[in-house]
Design a protein around this ligand. Structure first.
Ligand code: ATP
Ligand code: MG
Length: 570
Protein backbone atom coordinates (compact mmCIF):
# COMPACT_ATOMS: atom_id res chain seq x y z
CA UNK A 1 0.00 0.00 0.00
CA UNK A 2 1.31 3.43 -0.87
CA UNK A 3 1.70 6.25 1.63
CA UNK A 4 -1.03 8.31 -0.03
CA UNK A 5 -3.56 5.54 0.41
CA UNK A 6 -2.78 5.30 4.08
CA UNK A 7 -3.29 9.01 4.56
CA UNK A 8 -6.75 8.99 3.06
CA UNK A 9 -8.16 6.20 5.15
CA UNK A 10 -10.30 6.98 8.18
CA UNK A 11 -8.55 7.08 11.56
CA UNK A 12 -10.11 3.91 12.89
CA UNK A 13 -9.08 1.86 9.90
CA UNK A 14 -5.54 3.20 9.94
CA UNK A 15 -5.00 1.89 13.41
CA UNK A 16 -6.17 -1.48 12.24
CA UNK A 17 -9.26 -1.47 14.43
CA UNK A 18 -11.77 -1.65 11.61
CA UNK A 19 -14.57 0.81 10.93
CA UNK A 20 -16.38 0.39 14.22
CA UNK A 21 -14.29 1.79 17.01
CA UNK A 22 -15.50 0.95 20.46
CA UNK A 23 -16.68 4.03 22.31
CA UNK A 24 -14.79 4.85 25.47
CA UNK A 25 -16.60 5.56 28.73
CA UNK A 26 -16.26 9.31 28.28
CA UNK A 27 -17.92 9.23 24.87
CA UNK A 28 -20.69 7.08 26.33
CA UNK A 29 -21.32 9.67 29.06
CA UNK A 30 -21.32 12.53 26.57
CA UNK A 31 -23.75 10.67 24.32
CA UNK A 32 -26.07 10.29 27.31
CA UNK A 33 -25.83 13.98 28.20
CA UNK A 34 -26.65 15.01 24.66
CA UNK A 35 -29.52 12.54 24.38
CA UNK A 36 -30.96 13.80 27.69
CA UNK A 37 -30.75 17.38 26.44
CA UNK A 38 -28.38 18.35 29.24
CA UNK A 39 -26.15 20.12 26.73
CA UNK A 40 -26.67 21.31 23.19
CA UNK A 41 -22.99 21.42 22.34
CA UNK A 42 -19.74 19.82 23.48
CA UNK A 43 -16.78 21.85 24.59
CA UNK A 44 -13.53 20.82 26.24
CA UNK A 45 -10.29 22.42 27.37
CA UNK A 46 -6.73 21.58 28.33
CA UNK A 47 -5.83 23.46 31.53
CA UNK A 48 -2.08 23.32 32.21
CA UNK A 49 -0.48 25.14 35.07
CA UNK A 50 2.43 27.08 33.51
CA UNK A 51 4.99 25.73 35.99
CA UNK A 52 6.93 23.30 33.81
CA UNK A 53 7.14 21.60 30.45
CA UNK A 54 4.48 19.24 29.20
CA UNK A 55 5.23 15.52 29.10
CA UNK A 56 3.85 12.44 27.40
CA UNK A 57 1.12 12.16 30.07
CA UNK A 58 -0.13 15.63 29.21
CA UNK A 59 -0.20 14.58 25.56
CA UNK A 60 -2.85 12.05 26.50
CA UNK A 61 -4.98 14.74 28.12
CA UNK A 62 -4.46 17.17 25.21
CA UNK A 63 -5.33 14.63 22.54
CA UNK A 64 -8.29 13.31 24.51
CA UNK A 65 -9.78 16.76 25.02
CA UNK A 66 -9.07 17.85 21.47
CA UNK A 67 -10.31 14.58 20.00
CA UNK A 68 -13.60 14.75 21.91
CA UNK A 69 -14.26 18.34 20.82
CA UNK A 70 -13.51 17.47 17.23
CA UNK A 71 -15.61 14.33 17.26
CA UNK A 72 -18.69 16.25 18.45
CA UNK A 73 -18.08 19.31 16.29
CA UNK A 74 -17.32 21.43 19.36
CA UNK A 75 -14.56 23.71 20.56
CA UNK A 76 -11.33 22.93 22.35
CA UNK A 77 -9.70 25.69 24.41
CA UNK A 78 -6.22 26.01 25.78
CA UNK A 79 -6.42 27.59 29.19
CA UNK A 80 -3.53 28.37 31.48
CA UNK A 81 -4.44 27.68 35.04
CA UNK A 82 -2.34 30.49 36.46
CA UNK A 83 -4.13 31.14 39.74
CA UNK A 84 -1.02 30.55 41.83
CA UNK A 85 1.23 33.63 41.63
CA UNK A 86 4.32 32.06 43.20
CA UNK A 87 5.22 29.18 40.91
CA UNK A 88 4.38 30.26 37.41
CA UNK A 89 6.61 31.53 34.65
CA UNK A 90 5.95 33.18 31.31
CA UNK A 91 8.67 31.02 29.74
CA UNK A 92 6.50 27.94 30.23
CA UNK A 93 3.49 29.56 28.58
CA UNK A 94 5.27 29.79 25.23
CA UNK A 95 6.72 26.29 25.51
CA UNK A 96 3.32 24.79 26.33
CA UNK A 97 1.58 26.59 23.48
CA UNK A 98 4.19 25.34 21.07
CA UNK A 99 3.83 21.75 22.27
CA UNK A 100 0.03 21.77 22.04
CA UNK A 101 0.20 23.18 18.52
CA UNK A 102 2.86 20.70 17.51
CA UNK A 103 0.66 17.83 18.63
CA UNK A 104 -1.96 19.12 16.22
CA UNK A 105 -4.50 20.04 18.91
CA UNK A 106 -5.84 23.19 17.28
CA UNK A 107 -7.31 25.62 19.82
CA UNK A 108 -8.09 28.06 16.99
CA UNK A 109 -6.53 30.98 18.81
CA UNK A 110 -8.61 30.40 21.96
CA UNK A 111 -5.78 30.59 24.44
CA UNK A 112 -7.10 31.86 27.77
CA UNK A 113 -5.72 32.61 31.22
CA UNK A 114 -7.54 31.80 34.43
CA UNK A 115 -6.11 35.02 35.87
CA UNK A 116 -8.21 36.98 33.37
CA UNK A 117 -11.26 35.74 35.25
CA UNK A 118 -10.19 37.02 38.68
CA UNK A 119 -12.93 39.68 38.60
CA UNK A 120 -15.61 37.08 37.88
CA UNK A 121 -14.22 34.80 40.57
CA UNK A 122 -14.32 37.65 43.06
CA UNK A 123 -17.93 38.33 42.06
CA UNK A 124 -18.75 34.65 42.63
CA UNK A 125 -17.22 34.84 46.09
CA UNK A 126 -19.37 37.87 46.92
CA UNK A 127 -22.42 36.02 45.66
CA UNK A 128 -21.66 33.09 47.96
CA UNK A 129 -21.19 35.42 50.92
CA UNK A 130 -24.51 37.13 50.23
CA UNK A 131 -26.22 33.74 50.01
CA UNK A 132 -24.74 32.81 53.37
CA UNK A 133 -22.62 30.19 51.63
CA UNK A 134 -19.18 31.56 52.44
CA UNK A 135 -17.53 33.15 55.45
CA UNK A 136 -14.29 34.80 56.43
CA UNK A 137 -12.38 32.64 58.87
CA UNK A 138 -9.56 33.79 61.18
CA UNK A 139 -8.28 30.34 62.10
CA UNK A 140 -4.65 29.70 61.18
CA UNK A 141 -3.81 27.14 58.51
CA UNK A 142 -2.83 24.70 61.22
CA UNK A 143 -6.06 25.22 63.16
CA UNK A 144 -8.09 24.74 60.00
CA UNK A 145 -6.32 21.45 59.46
CA UNK A 146 -7.02 20.36 63.05
CA UNK A 147 -10.67 21.38 62.88
CA UNK A 148 -11.11 19.54 59.61
CA UNK A 149 -10.99 16.08 61.21
CA UNK A 150 -10.07 13.08 59.12
CA UNK A 151 -11.54 10.04 57.48
CA UNK A 152 -12.62 8.60 60.85
CA UNK A 153 -13.54 11.79 62.67
CA UNK A 154 -16.04 14.46 61.65
CA UNK A 155 -14.78 18.03 61.49
CA UNK A 156 -15.48 20.79 63.98
CA UNK A 157 -17.13 24.02 62.93
CA UNK A 158 -15.03 27.16 62.92
CA UNK A 159 -15.99 29.71 65.61
CA UNK A 160 -16.16 32.28 62.78
CA UNK A 161 -18.63 30.25 60.75
CA UNK A 162 -21.71 32.22 61.77
CA UNK A 163 -20.52 35.73 61.09
CA UNK A 164 -23.20 37.92 59.55
CA UNK A 165 -23.31 38.52 55.80
CA UNK A 166 -22.46 42.18 56.41
CA UNK A 167 -19.42 41.36 58.51
CA UNK A 168 -18.21 38.79 55.94
CA UNK A 169 -18.62 41.30 53.11
CA UNK A 170 -16.67 43.90 55.03
CA UNK A 171 -13.87 41.57 56.04
CA UNK A 172 -13.53 40.06 52.55
CA UNK A 173 -13.37 43.57 51.11
CA UNK A 174 -10.64 44.40 53.61
CA UNK A 175 -8.75 41.25 52.67
CA UNK A 176 -8.85 42.41 49.06
CA UNK A 177 -7.67 45.88 50.02
CA UNK A 178 -4.58 44.45 51.59
CA UNK A 179 -5.46 45.21 55.21
CA UNK A 180 -4.25 41.82 56.47
CA UNK A 181 -0.99 39.91 56.19
CA UNK A 182 -0.70 36.54 54.43
CA UNK A 183 -2.46 33.81 56.38
CA UNK A 184 -4.37 36.13 58.73
CA UNK A 185 -7.74 35.33 57.18
CA UNK A 186 -9.24 33.13 54.48
CA UNK A 187 -12.59 32.89 52.79
CA UNK A 188 -14.21 29.50 53.22
CA UNK A 189 -17.21 27.87 51.62
CA UNK A 190 -19.87 27.02 54.18
CA UNK A 191 -20.81 23.46 53.30
CA UNK A 192 -20.78 20.64 55.84
CA UNK A 193 -18.15 19.92 58.50
CA UNK A 194 -19.54 16.43 59.02
CA UNK A 195 -19.47 15.43 55.37
CA UNK A 196 -17.78 12.06 54.79
CA UNK A 197 -15.94 13.82 51.96
CA UNK A 198 -13.23 15.95 53.54
CA UNK A 199 -13.16 18.27 50.52
CA UNK A 200 -16.66 19.38 51.50
CA UNK A 201 -15.72 20.39 55.06
CA UNK A 202 -15.85 24.14 54.57
CA UNK A 203 -12.93 24.30 52.12
CA UNK A 204 -10.84 27.43 51.78
CA UNK A 205 -11.73 29.23 48.54
CA UNK A 206 -9.67 32.44 48.80
CA UNK A 207 -6.39 33.15 50.53
CA UNK A 208 -4.26 36.22 51.08
CA UNK A 209 -0.92 36.29 49.23
CA UNK A 210 0.94 39.56 48.87
CA UNK A 211 2.60 38.45 45.67
CA UNK A 212 2.88 39.93 42.23
CA UNK A 213 1.23 37.86 39.53
CA UNK A 214 2.82 37.44 36.08
CA UNK A 215 -0.40 38.55 34.37
CA UNK A 216 -2.29 40.76 36.83
CA UNK A 217 0.72 42.33 38.52
CA UNK A 218 -0.14 43.85 41.91
CA UNK A 219 -3.86 44.22 41.30
CA UNK A 220 -4.69 41.38 43.68
CA UNK A 221 -3.40 40.29 47.04
CA UNK A 222 -6.06 37.60 47.42
CA UNK A 223 -6.06 34.58 45.15
CA UNK A 224 -8.71 31.89 44.59
CA UNK A 225 -7.96 28.26 45.41
CA UNK A 226 -7.85 25.71 42.61
CA UNK A 227 -11.05 23.88 43.61
CA UNK A 228 -13.01 27.12 43.53
CA UNK A 229 -11.34 28.66 40.49
CA UNK A 230 -11.35 25.70 38.15
CA UNK A 231 -15.12 25.11 37.90
CA UNK A 232 -15.68 28.85 37.44
CA UNK A 233 -13.11 28.96 34.63
CA UNK A 234 -14.87 26.05 32.93
CA UNK A 235 -18.29 27.63 33.36
CA UNK A 236 -17.20 31.03 32.03
CA UNK A 237 -15.86 29.41 28.88
CA UNK A 238 -19.02 27.29 28.44
CA UNK A 239 -17.05 24.10 28.77
CA UNK A 240 -19.49 21.21 28.95
CA UNK A 241 -17.21 18.32 29.86
CA UNK A 242 -14.30 19.05 32.13
CA UNK A 243 -12.04 16.04 31.68
CA UNK A 244 -9.45 15.60 34.40
CA UNK A 245 -7.39 12.89 36.02
CA UNK A 246 -8.51 10.51 38.75
CA UNK A 247 -7.01 12.35 41.71
CA UNK A 248 -9.82 14.89 41.32
CA UNK A 249 -12.58 12.33 41.70
CA UNK A 250 -13.09 13.21 45.38
CA UNK A 251 -13.20 16.88 44.48
CA UNK A 252 -16.13 16.43 42.09
CA UNK A 253 -18.84 17.12 44.72
CA UNK A 254 -17.11 20.44 45.43
CA UNK A 255 -16.88 21.17 41.70
CA UNK A 256 -20.61 20.57 41.40
CA UNK A 257 -21.30 22.63 44.52
CA UNK A 258 -19.39 25.62 43.13
CA UNK A 259 -21.09 25.70 39.72
CA UNK A 260 -24.52 25.17 41.31
CA UNK A 261 -24.16 27.74 44.10
CA UNK A 262 -22.65 30.29 41.72
CA UNK A 263 -25.76 29.70 39.60
CA UNK A 264 -24.16 29.11 36.23
CA UNK A 265 -26.47 28.13 33.41
CA UNK A 266 -25.56 24.86 31.65
CA UNK A 267 -23.05 24.03 34.41
CA UNK A 268 -20.06 22.00 33.23
CA UNK A 269 -19.62 18.39 34.26
CA UNK A 270 -16.36 16.90 35.50
CA UNK A 271 -15.38 13.42 34.30
CA UNK A 272 -12.20 11.73 35.48
CA UNK A 273 -9.90 9.37 33.60
CA UNK A 274 -6.70 7.53 34.53
CA UNK A 275 -3.32 9.19 34.19
CA UNK A 276 -0.85 7.79 31.75
CA UNK A 277 2.20 6.36 33.46
CA UNK A 278 5.24 5.00 31.66
CA UNK A 279 7.50 2.50 33.35
CA UNK A 280 11.06 3.59 34.08
CA UNK A 281 10.76 7.10 32.75
CA UNK A 282 10.96 10.32 34.67
CA UNK A 283 8.02 12.70 34.38
CA UNK A 284 7.97 14.41 37.78
CA UNK A 285 8.86 18.09 37.54
CA UNK A 286 10.88 17.84 40.74
CA UNK A 287 13.12 15.07 39.37
CA UNK A 288 13.57 16.67 35.97
CA UNK A 289 14.46 19.99 37.56
CA UNK A 290 17.15 18.25 39.58
CA UNK A 291 18.52 16.40 36.54
CA UNK A 292 18.74 19.73 34.72
CA UNK A 293 20.32 21.54 37.66
CA UNK A 294 22.85 18.78 38.28
CA UNK A 295 23.85 18.92 34.62
CA UNK A 296 22.95 15.27 34.09
CA UNK A 297 20.69 16.19 31.21
CA UNK A 298 21.03 19.02 28.77
CA UNK A 299 17.84 20.92 29.59
CA UNK A 300 14.14 20.04 29.67
CA UNK A 301 14.36 18.86 26.08
CA UNK A 302 17.21 16.40 26.57
CA UNK A 303 16.30 13.49 24.26
CA UNK A 304 16.38 11.04 27.17
CA UNK A 305 13.42 12.72 28.81
CA UNK A 306 9.79 12.29 27.84
CA UNK A 307 8.73 15.90 27.86
CA UNK A 308 7.01 16.69 24.57
CA UNK A 309 9.95 18.97 23.71
CA UNK A 310 12.37 16.11 24.38
CA UNK A 311 10.40 13.62 22.31
CA UNK A 312 10.24 16.10 19.45
CA UNK A 313 14.00 16.69 19.67
CA UNK A 314 14.67 12.97 19.80
CA UNK A 315 12.73 12.53 16.54
CA UNK A 316 9.25 11.49 17.64
CA UNK A 317 6.45 12.72 15.39
CA UNK A 318 2.98 13.97 16.36
CA UNK A 319 1.55 10.98 14.48
CA UNK A 320 3.55 8.53 16.56
CA UNK A 321 2.38 10.13 19.80
CA UNK A 322 -1.23 10.12 18.62
CA UNK A 323 -0.90 6.47 17.77
CA UNK A 324 0.60 5.75 21.19
CA UNK A 325 -2.14 7.57 23.07
CA UNK A 326 -4.72 5.72 20.99
CA UNK A 327 -3.14 2.36 21.83
CA UNK A 328 -3.10 3.22 25.55
CA UNK A 329 -6.83 3.88 25.45
CA UNK A 330 -8.92 5.81 27.94
CA UNK A 331 -9.75 4.09 31.18
CA UNK A 332 -10.81 4.63 34.76
CA UNK A 333 -8.07 2.43 36.22
CA UNK A 334 -4.49 3.59 36.73
CA UNK A 335 -1.87 1.47 35.03
CA UNK A 336 1.62 1.72 33.60
CA UNK A 337 2.60 1.35 30.00
CA UNK A 338 5.98 0.10 28.90
CA UNK A 339 8.32 2.49 27.13
CA UNK A 340 8.76 -0.09 24.36
CA UNK A 341 5.20 0.64 23.24
CA UNK A 342 6.16 4.23 22.55
CA UNK A 343 9.16 2.98 20.59
CA UNK A 344 6.94 0.63 18.65
CA UNK A 345 4.77 3.60 17.62
CA UNK A 346 7.61 5.72 16.29
CA UNK A 347 9.15 2.76 14.47
CA UNK A 348 5.82 2.02 12.79
CA UNK A 349 5.43 5.67 11.87
CA UNK A 350 8.89 6.11 10.36
CA UNK A 351 9.03 2.73 8.63
CA UNK A 352 7.52 3.89 5.36
CA UNK A 353 8.34 7.59 5.63
CA UNK A 354 12.13 7.53 5.95
CA UNK A 355 14.88 6.80 3.48
CA UNK A 356 17.32 4.08 4.46
CA UNK A 357 20.81 5.54 4.32
CA UNK A 358 24.35 4.26 4.72
CA UNK A 359 26.06 5.44 7.87
CA UNK A 360 29.06 3.94 9.61
CA UNK A 361 29.11 4.66 13.33
CA UNK A 362 32.48 3.03 14.21
CA UNK A 363 34.51 3.43 11.02
CA UNK A 364 37.21 0.98 9.95
CA UNK A 365 39.07 1.54 6.67
CA UNK A 366 38.50 -1.09 3.97
CA UNK A 367 40.86 -1.02 0.96
CA UNK A 368 40.00 -2.86 -2.23
CA UNK A 369 43.46 -3.64 -3.58
CA UNK A 370 42.35 -4.48 -7.11
CA UNK A 371 39.95 -1.55 -7.59
CA UNK A 372 41.40 1.25 -9.77
CA UNK A 373 42.83 4.14 -7.79
CA UNK A 374 40.99 7.41 -8.32
CA UNK A 375 37.93 5.75 -9.84
CA UNK A 376 34.51 6.71 -8.41
CA UNK A 377 31.50 4.70 -9.47
CA UNK A 378 27.94 5.87 -8.74
CA UNK A 379 25.68 3.05 -7.58
CA UNK A 380 21.91 3.32 -7.42
CA UNK A 381 20.13 2.33 -4.22
CA UNK A 382 16.42 2.20 -3.41
CA UNK A 383 15.50 4.68 -0.69
CA UNK A 384 13.02 2.43 1.04
CA UNK A 385 12.57 -1.18 0.02
CA UNK A 386 9.07 -1.29 1.48
CA UNK A 387 7.97 1.98 -0.08
CA UNK A 388 9.01 2.32 -3.74
CA UNK A 389 7.41 5.78 -3.85
CA UNK A 390 10.45 7.17 -2.08
CA UNK A 391 12.48 6.42 -5.23
CA UNK A 392 16.21 5.82 -5.35
CA UNK A 393 19.50 7.68 -5.07
CA UNK A 394 23.12 7.36 -6.13
CA UNK A 395 25.96 6.57 -3.79
CA UNK A 396 29.67 6.87 -4.66
CA UNK A 397 31.79 3.73 -4.51
CA UNK A 398 35.58 3.74 -4.66
CA UNK A 399 38.76 1.90 -3.71
CA UNK A 400 38.77 3.05 -0.07
CA UNK A 401 35.68 2.64 2.03
CA UNK A 402 34.66 2.67 5.66
CA UNK A 403 32.90 -0.28 7.20
CA UNK A 404 31.77 -0.91 10.78
CA UNK A 405 34.57 -2.04 13.08
CA UNK A 406 32.46 -4.97 14.19
CA UNK A 407 32.14 -6.21 10.62
CA UNK A 408 35.72 -7.51 10.63
CA UNK A 409 37.28 -10.05 13.00
CA UNK A 410 40.74 -11.42 12.84
CA UNK A 411 39.61 -14.61 14.54
CA UNK A 412 35.90 -15.09 13.95
CA UNK A 413 33.65 -16.95 16.37
CA UNK A 414 31.25 -19.59 15.06
CA UNK A 415 28.45 -18.34 12.81
CA UNK A 416 30.23 -15.06 12.11
CA UNK A 417 29.52 -14.44 8.43
CA UNK A 418 31.10 -11.04 8.03
CA UNK A 419 34.70 -10.25 7.07
CA UNK A 420 37.64 -12.31 8.30
CA UNK A 421 40.77 -13.42 6.51
CA UNK A 422 39.78 -15.51 3.48
CA UNK A 423 36.03 -14.84 3.76
CA UNK A 424 33.89 -13.23 1.09
CA UNK A 425 30.87 -10.97 1.76
CA UNK A 426 28.63 -8.66 -0.22
CA UNK A 427 29.06 -4.93 0.16
CA UNK A 428 25.47 -3.79 0.21
CA UNK A 429 24.29 -2.63 -3.22
CA UNK A 430 27.81 -3.07 -4.63
CA UNK A 431 30.19 -6.05 -5.08
CA UNK A 432 31.45 -9.18 -3.40
CA UNK A 433 34.75 -8.56 -1.63
CA UNK A 434 37.12 -11.12 -0.19
CA UNK A 435 39.40 -10.36 2.73
CA UNK A 436 43.07 -10.76 1.80
CA UNK A 437 44.76 -9.08 4.76
CA UNK A 438 44.67 -6.41 7.44
CA UNK A 439 46.85 -3.85 9.20
CA UNK A 440 47.43 -3.47 12.93
CA UNK A 441 49.01 -0.70 14.95
CA UNK A 442 51.48 -1.09 17.79
CA UNK A 443 48.66 -1.64 20.28
CA UNK A 444 47.22 -4.48 18.25
CA UNK A 445 44.28 -2.44 17.07
CA UNK A 446 43.06 -3.21 13.55
CA UNK A 447 43.56 -0.08 11.44
CA UNK A 448 42.65 -1.28 7.92
CA UNK A 449 41.29 -4.32 6.13
CA UNK A 450 42.40 -5.33 2.65
CA UNK A 451 40.11 -7.01 0.15
CA UNK A 452 39.86 -7.83 -3.52
CA UNK A 453 36.58 -7.40 -5.36
CA UNK A 454 35.02 -9.39 -8.15
CA UNK A 455 33.64 -7.08 -10.89
CA UNK A 456 31.28 -9.86 -12.04
CA UNK A 457 29.29 -9.69 -8.82
CA UNK A 458 27.88 -6.17 -9.09
CA UNK A 459 24.46 -5.83 -7.46
CA UNK A 460 21.65 -5.96 -9.97
CA UNK A 461 23.84 -7.61 -12.62
CA UNK A 462 22.07 -10.93 -12.18
CA UNK A 463 25.23 -12.69 -11.05
CA UNK A 464 24.42 -16.17 -9.72
CA UNK A 465 27.85 -17.77 -9.83
CA UNK A 466 28.22 -18.24 -6.08
CA UNK A 467 26.64 -17.13 -2.82
CA UNK A 468 27.90 -15.36 0.27
CA UNK A 469 26.38 -15.49 3.72
CA UNK A 470 27.05 -11.94 4.90
CA UNK A 471 26.11 -8.48 3.63
CA UNK A 472 27.70 -5.43 5.20
CA UNK A 473 27.22 -1.73 4.63
CA UNK A 474 29.86 0.87 3.83
CA UNK A 475 30.51 4.44 2.74
CA UNK A 476 33.15 5.70 0.32
CA UNK A 477 35.99 7.18 2.41
CA UNK A 478 36.78 10.24 0.30
CA UNK A 479 33.19 11.29 -0.34
CA UNK A 480 31.74 10.40 3.06
CA UNK A 481 30.95 13.18 5.50
CA UNK A 482 31.70 13.30 9.22
CA UNK A 483 28.96 13.37 11.83
CA UNK A 484 28.33 12.95 15.52
CA UNK A 485 25.76 10.36 16.53
CA UNK A 486 24.18 10.19 19.95
CA UNK A 487 22.81 6.89 21.19
CA UNK A 488 20.43 6.77 24.11
CA UNK A 489 19.32 4.35 26.73
CA UNK A 490 16.79 4.76 29.47
CA UNK A 491 17.90 7.43 31.92
CA UNK A 492 16.97 5.28 34.91
CA UNK A 493 18.44 1.88 35.56
CA UNK A 494 15.70 -0.54 34.59
CA UNK A 495 17.17 -3.40 36.58
CA UNK A 496 17.28 -1.46 39.84
CA UNK A 497 13.96 0.32 39.37
CA UNK A 498 13.28 4.01 39.28
CA UNK A 499 14.06 5.09 42.84
CA UNK A 500 16.59 3.97 45.44
CA UNK A 501 15.86 3.61 49.17
CA UNK A 502 16.38 7.35 49.71
CA UNK A 503 13.96 8.32 46.98
CA UNK A 504 16.70 9.35 44.57
CA UNK A 505 16.69 8.27 40.94
CA UNK A 506 18.72 5.18 40.07
CA UNK A 507 20.54 6.62 37.10
CA UNK A 508 21.78 4.50 34.23
CA UNK A 509 25.42 5.51 33.64
CA UNK A 510 25.12 4.47 29.98
CA UNK A 511 22.09 6.54 29.11
CA UNK A 512 24.10 8.61 26.60
CA UNK A 513 26.82 7.42 24.22
CA UNK A 514 28.37 10.05 21.96
CA UNK A 515 30.07 8.79 18.79
CA UNK A 516 32.05 11.69 17.40
CA UNK A 517 33.70 10.14 14.34
CA UNK A 518 30.89 8.62 12.35
CA UNK A 519 31.00 8.66 8.56
CA UNK A 520 27.87 9.13 6.48
CA UNK A 521 27.08 8.83 2.79
CA UNK A 522 27.26 12.29 1.18
CA UNK A 523 23.52 12.41 0.50
CA UNK A 524 23.03 13.19 4.17
CA UNK A 525 24.93 16.48 3.92
CA UNK A 526 21.77 18.56 3.62
CA UNK A 527 20.02 17.08 6.67
CA UNK A 528 18.08 19.76 8.52
CA UNK A 529 16.80 19.84 12.11
CA UNK A 530 14.14 17.16 12.70
CA UNK A 531 14.92 15.30 9.42
CA UNK A 532 14.76 11.57 10.11
CA UNK A 533 16.41 8.66 8.35
CA UNK A 534 16.92 5.01 8.82
CA UNK A 535 20.62 4.24 9.12
CA UNK A 536 21.13 0.74 7.76
CA UNK A 537 21.22 -1.83 10.60
CA UNK A 538 21.52 0.86 13.29
CA UNK A 539 18.05 2.30 13.66
CA UNK A 540 16.25 5.56 13.03
CA UNK A 541 18.15 8.82 13.46
CA UNK A 542 16.99 12.41 13.56
CA UNK A 543 19.09 15.53 13.02
CA UNK A 544 19.36 17.37 16.34
CA UNK A 545 17.49 20.66 16.43
CA UNK A 546 19.92 22.36 18.82
CA UNK A 547 23.39 21.17 17.93
CA UNK A 548 23.34 20.06 14.30
CA UNK A 549 24.56 22.38 11.55
CA UNK A 550 25.79 21.83 7.99
CA UNK A 551 29.38 22.16 9.32
CA UNK A 552 28.82 19.75 12.18
CA UNK A 553 26.03 17.24 11.70
CA UNK A 554 24.59 15.74 14.88
CA UNK A 555 22.08 12.92 14.85
CA UNK A 556 20.03 11.48 17.70
CA UNK A 557 19.08 7.85 17.58
CA UNK A 558 15.32 7.87 17.82
CA UNK A 559 15.00 4.14 18.24
CA UNK A 560 16.74 0.93 17.22
CA UNK A 561 15.34 -1.36 14.56
CA UNK A 562 14.36 -4.29 16.70
CA UNK A 563 11.29 -4.30 18.86
CA UNK A 564 10.67 -5.99 22.15
CA UNK A 565 7.05 -4.86 22.01
CA UNK A 566 4.31 -6.91 20.37
CA UNK A 567 0.96 -5.39 19.55
CA UNK A 568 -1.61 -7.46 21.42
CA UNK A 569 -3.76 -9.42 18.99
CA UNK A 570 -7.47 -9.03 19.45
P1 ATP B 1 1.35 19.38 38.94
O1 ATP B 1 1.98 18.36 39.78
O2 ATP B 1 2.16 20.62 38.82
O3 ATP B 1 -0.11 19.64 39.22
P2 ATP B 1 0.40 18.20 36.52
O4 ATP B 1 1.14 17.19 35.74
O5 ATP B 1 -0.89 17.86 37.16
O6 ATP B 1 1.44 18.73 37.52
P3 ATP B 1 -1.01 20.32 35.19
O7 ATP B 1 -0.48 21.45 34.43
O8 ATP B 1 -1.85 20.60 36.38
O9 ATP B 1 0.23 19.46 35.60
O10 ATP B 1 -1.80 19.34 34.21
C1 ATP B 1 -2.62 19.78 33.18
C2 ATP B 1 -3.60 18.69 32.82
O11 ATP B 1 -2.92 17.51 32.40
C3 ATP B 1 -4.48 18.30 33.97
O12 ATP B 1 -5.82 18.22 33.51
C4 ATP B 1 -3.97 16.95 34.38
O13 ATP B 1 -4.99 16.17 34.93
C5 ATP B 1 -3.45 16.38 33.08
N1 ATP B 1 -2.37 15.41 33.32
C6 ATP B 1 -1.28 15.59 34.07
N2 ATP B 1 -0.53 14.47 34.11
C7 ATP B 1 -1.16 13.55 33.35
C8 ATP B 1 -0.88 12.19 32.99
N3 ATP B 1 0.20 11.56 33.44
N4 ATP B 1 -1.76 11.55 32.19
C9 ATP B 1 -2.86 12.20 31.74
N5 ATP B 1 -3.17 13.46 32.03
C10 ATP B 1 -2.35 14.15 32.83
MG1 MG C 1 -1.96 19.83 38.40
Amino acid sequence: MSMKDTENRPEAEKSGEGEKKERNFIEIEIDKDLAAGKYTHVQTRFPPEPNGYLHIGHAKSILLNYGIAKEYGGKFNLRFDDTNPTKEKAEFVEAIKRDVEWLGADFEGRCFFASNYFDEMYACALKLIRKGRAFVCDLSAEEIREYRGDFNHPGKESPYRNRSVEENLRLFEEMKEGRYPDGAKVLRAKIDMSSPNINMRDPVIYRIAHESHQNTGDKWCIYPMYDFAHPIEDAIEHVTHSLCTLEFEDHRPLYDWVVTECEFEEPPRQIEFAKLYLTNVVTGKRYIKKLVEDGIVDGWDDPRLVSIAALRRRGYTPDSIRKFVELCGISKANSSVDYSMLEYCIREDLKLKCARMMAVLHPLKLIIDNYPEGKVEMLSMPNNIENPELGSREIPFSRELYIEEEDFMEVPPKKYFRLFPGNEVRLMGAYFVKCVGFEKDADGKITAVHCTYDPETKSGSGFTGRKVKGTIHWVSAAQSIPAECRLYENIVDEEKGKLDANGNLNLNPHSLTVLKDCRLEPNLAGAKAYDSFQFVRDGYFCADCKDSSPEHLVFNRVVGLKSSFKLPTA
